[in-house]
Design a protein around this ligand. Sequence first.
Ligand SMILES: Cc1cc2nc3c(=O)[nH]c(=O)nc-3n(C[C@H](O)[C@H](O)[C@H](O)COP(=O)(O)O)c2cc1C
Length: 272
Amino acid sequence: MKLLPVLAAAVLLTAACAQEKGPKTLVLYYSQTQTTKVVAEAIANSLGADIEAILPTVPYDGDFGATIARSQKEAAEGVLPELQPLSVDVKDYDVIFLGYPIWFGTYAPPVASLLNSVDLAGKKIVPFCTFGSGGLDTSVKDLQAKLPESEILPGYGVRQARIDAVPAEVDYFLKANGFLAGDFTPLADFSEAKPVTEEESAIFDAAVGTYPMLSAKAAEVASRAVPGGTEYLFTAQDTPRGPVAEDAPAHFIKVYVLAEDGKDPVFTQVLR
Ligand SMILES: Cc1cc2nc3c(=O)[nH]c(=O)nc-3n(C[C@H](O)[C@H](O)[C@H](O)COP(=O)(O)O)c2cc1C
């Protein structure tokens, strides 16, 4: 009687097919100076996902000043960079992790070019980005406006200065959002915000330090315990350097600060 082995093989085959039918995931990213690439590779390696770089036909290969000058000129002329063709077809994927550096508060222009050239309707999009000080929140709003027929899921952003934190933070992000199986300790909610004490104000000042794009005075703070320390969410009044009109309304920003035991506090993200 050879029926049993045949049945067993059929059951195994069905199980294998069912597994293959899970969502197909692509990590698609632009990275000018390879910072975002570090995050892209961490995500792709953890998920065993396909990975593809977005490549402008004429790369932005100048230094910081040259890149600012070129992109400001292109923006003034209403021009987006041309891209090399992708080697994958986004149609084949259900979930797309879309990565980019923040340029001028939003996703870098090569990503804007990409969004004009592919159809992402019906896809789940997971944004991730790297930045000097922040831009996840603003770029996600822009993605939502640009892709009304896609589902934009919660994203991940990290400062270029904190790139060493990527392996642990990406692992947490993937697990906490259900992309990766495995144990993780959910973070506590932030406490209610209250006016800062002198000590908290000093933590804010130490975290912000002399960062050139950030000049602000802490007003309120919420906090929560995180593994190895405390995370703060400051509301701070923007105090821009240089001349400001006397009747300009007060502008408040949110600044996340991480104070790990035995280390200097650092800011992790600014929401403007
Ligand atoms: C043209 C240009 C504009 C930028 N604008 C911002 C910005 O508005 N906010 C910010 O936090 N960082 C900004 N940055 C810093 C980049 O987001 C940051 O260096 C990023 O990690 C670079 O990623 P990459 O190495 O993958 O290209 C800008 C960088 C460039 C070159």
